[in-house]
Design a protein around this ligand. Structure first.
Ligand code: CP
Length: 309
């Protein structure tokens, strides 16, 4: 694995290897007072986020530090991006300065792929930490790890992905990964928040959340991405909460074994109620914790010379 840009670059074996490595790293660190492995000593990871982030940026930083890498976070506000420097020149600068891996988040779909092309001659690894509405591969991998820990094998499971699919890179990566691992995916969304090409996706589509919930093994709620809705929000926030919000009544429709996932940040009261988010059925903090081990696994396979097979 040279880069991690898209789930589409992985086959089922490679994805499972990453999940297995993440589980192994978690077991290795479990109960340790000092969570520090020497694995990436002398390697340098640079994170450069052109969009806001809490979970992804922090967990990549912790992941690198727990494997003894030097981790540098470029603050876009304080960088030469503010003077008009292009993404290409920024990437080449980071490579020339000694980065071994660049973790990038960008509002433009395809930005991580372009960055990997520009850095092809340098040997620097690129990780896509979210590009526009395109993909967020490490989020899908940590979601799969969380589901696997709770449900066992993902193959044959039926998973509902609910909400603003249109603007969600998390949904796109999850559809690719869950189907790669043998799950059935049902997308539940208002017609206005589905992509026009969804008919060619390997999924079922429904607009009726109540009808779907009783027949799934897990439900993944999506954040409503108001920042990408330049033409306004339809349905209204109130209509959305009534028709697609996961509340206490709807939680009771889910089979007892079925957990609730949300990538965060959560808009409480809109896509998920506090009663659900704070219940024992929600795995939101497990997802964040797994995100550190999963990102350790990604950095390990990219930088420690261990092939993903
Ligand atoms: N899930 C996710 O990507 O969260 P952040 O935007 O906080 O990184």
């Amino acid at each position: 694995m040279r880069h991690l840009l898209s789930i589409a670059d992985l086959d089922a074996q490679a994805a499972s290897t990453l999940l297995d490595t993440a589980d192994r790293l978690e077991q290795t660190l479990l109960g340790r007072q000092v969570r520090k492995l020497p694995t990436l000593r002398g390697r340098t990871v640079v994170t450069v986020f052109y969009e806001n982030s809490t979970r992804t940026r922090v967990s990549f930083e912790i992941a690198g530090k727990w494997m003894s890498a030097d981790v540098i976070n470029v603050s876009i506000g304080g960088s030469s991006v503010g003077k008009g420097e292009s993404l290409r020149d920024t990437a080449l600068t980071l490579a020339a300065a000694g980065a071994d891996c660049v973790v990038v988040r960008h509002p433009a779909s395809g930005a991580a792929h372009r960055l990997a092309q520009w850095l092809a001659h340098t040997g620097v690894a690129v990780v896509n930490a979210g590009d526009g509405t395109h993909e967020h591969p490490t989020q899908a991998l940590l979601d799969a790890q969380t589901l696997r820990q709770r449900l066992g094998d993902i193959a044959g499971r039926r998973i509902a992905v609910v909400g603003d699919v249109l603007h969600s890179r998390v949904a796109r990566s999850n559809v690719l990964l869950l189907t790669l691992l043998g799950a059935q995916v049902v997308l539940v969304a208002p017609p206005t928040l589905l992509p026009s090409g969804v008919g060619s996706w390997p999924v079922e589509v429904s607009h009726d959340l109540d009808a779907v919930l009783g027949g799934v093994d897990a439900v993944m709620m999506l954040r409503v991405q108001a920042e990408r809705m330049h033409g306004g929000f339809f349905p209204s926030a109130r209509e959305y909460a009534v028709d697609y919000g996961l509340n206490r009544r709807r939680l009771d429709l889910l089979p007892e074994h079925a957990p609730v996932l949300h990538p965060g940040p959560m808009l409480r009261g809109m896509e998920i109620s506090s009663a659900v988010a704070d219940s024992g059925r929600a795995l939101v903090t497990e997802q964040v914790r797994n995100g550190v081990h999963l990102r350790m696994a990604v950095l390990y396979h990219l930088l420690a010379g261990e092939e993903v097979e």
